[in-house]
Design a binder for this molecule. Structure first.
Ligand code: FES
Ligand code: FES
Length: 158
């Protein structure tokens, strides 16, 4: 199998990578780009741990071929903070004890960010509906839902 050249941006930086046609975006991010914040959970689209943004849309990178993001803007958890300033969703996860082992957290934060970009003040039910594809084995979800709602409230007040 021959490699193909794919050009896209990752966290604002232009990249040109040689990938195999069957390389998954998740593996390219982790293994070629060392962006290990994006987690390999189930590998079959069931857990949400591998969520990144592709052209602003939350995307399961374990189900996305790397060749399919040619020309796209990819944002990973490493790209959310602005310098030393964490994204409000990241801050709210810390402030609301929404992190335990942390394995699900990058995917949760990326999903939460996508929701708030679309709907800055979601209801609790809207948060739960939006996050239902993201699994956490530790927190019981209440703190994660609270963190996303707090992030939305704070953004509205600022
Ligand atoms: S690793 Fe992609 S959804 Fe679980
Ligand atoms: S904090 Fe451990 S899986 Fe969510």
């Amino acid at each position: 199998m021959k490699r193909q050249t794919v050009r896209f941006t990752i966290n604002g930086e232009a990249r040109e990578l040689a990938v195999y046609p069957n390389d998954l975006l998740l593996n390219v991010l982790r293994d070629q780009e060392s962006l290990t914040g994006t987690k390999y959970g189930c590998g079959i689209g069931e857990c949400g741990a591998c969520t990144v943004q592709v052209d602003g849309a939350p995307t399961l990178s374990c189900l996305k071929l790397a060749v399919s993001v040619d020309g796209c803007k990819v944002v990973t958890i490493e790209g959310l903070a602005k310098g030393n300033q964490l994204d409000p969703v990241q801050e709210a996860f810390l402030d609301n004890s929404a992190v335990q082992c942390g394995f699900c957290t990058p995917g949760m934060v990326m999903m939460g960010r996508a929701l708030l970009d679309e709907k800055p003040r979601p209801t609790e039910q809207e948060v739960r509906d939006h996050m239902r594809g993201s699994l956490c084995r530790c927190t019981g979800y209440a703190s994660i839902v609270r963190a996303i709602m707090v992030a939305g409230e704070k953004a509205e007040l600022s």
